[in-house]
Each structure stands twice: as C-alpha cells, then as structure tokens.
Design a protein around this ligand. Sequence first.
Ligand code: MG
Length: 179
Amino acid sequence: MADTKPYVLNSREVQRATLEWLGKRGVTTRHIAELVHYLQAPYFPDLTLEECEQHVLAVLGKREVQNAVLTGIQLDILAEEGKLMPPLQDMVKHDEALYGIDEVLALSIVNVYGSIGFTNFGYIDKQKPGILVKLNDKSDGETHTFLDDIVGAIASAAASRMAHRKQEEKENGNGLPSD
Ligand code: MG
C-alpha cells in the first residue's frame, strides 16, 4: 500500500538513529572522544575524556553531521552486502585509492566548525590512532570506507569546537553562548 502520509522530518529520530548506527558499526562516543583527546591533549594537559566526549556529543547534535553519518554508514553496509551498482561496488568495497568521495562526504562534517578542523582531519587520517586502526583493518570482512573518514571528521570537528571554546573562555572568563 502506498504511503499517503505527508513527509515530516523527525529530528529526534534522526539523532537517535545516528547514535544507534554508529554503535551498530562498532563506534561509541567514547571511541571518538579518545581521538579528540589524542588531538588536543598536547595543548591542554589536564584534558579529560569526559570533556572530549561533551564536544563529540555537541558535534553529533548537528543535522549536517547526522546526515553524513547515516549516508556514509548506509553506503558501507550496501558495499558490505554487495548491493552497490558496478563499478561503484568494487571501488567502495576496496576503498579504491582514487575514489575520494568518502573524504568529501566527511568534509561536510569538518566544515561545520571552521578551518582548524581541516588540519586535524588531515593529521588524524595520516596517524590513524585508536578506533581508526580497527576501521581501517580490511581483513575482517567489514567495510568502513566511509565510516573511517566520518569518525576522523567528527573527532576533528570536536577538537576544533574545543579549541574555539577554550579561546573564548580565556578571553571572556567564561564561554560565550554559542553552539
Ligand atoms: Mg575512507
């Protein structure tokens, strides 16, 4: 039967699905917080994982970020199941070196918090600390061609958000009310 109900976006459902699908793909907010800590601890020696996780959650609250997470995970799953059309199927499945759309999608996350995020994104993609090792492991039959870049981008955006916040705190004595 055709769905005759008009389309109404349910923001809460999008947010819930984003966290659920990250979890189903083996990524927790704590994993991403560990990446933020890796990026920012050299600058803020007292930095806690809890503080990093707060910034990760704020980034994950953004609609642009949720859209990128859900789109990327869906493409990874379809590739894992062999359901993409050729030749896209092989390119995504094998994380073909000249296929850069995974990075482009992830940049839509990095963009949300400005240019500091770009530097962090490039750096973390080269270093591949923490959960990024597992996501890049091609030997376990899982496909995370999109998710590895998305997770790196969320961490980079959260690190960038933190850097901006800490600067605001330094200048104003407390954080400006911003998102
Ligand atoms: Mg990738």
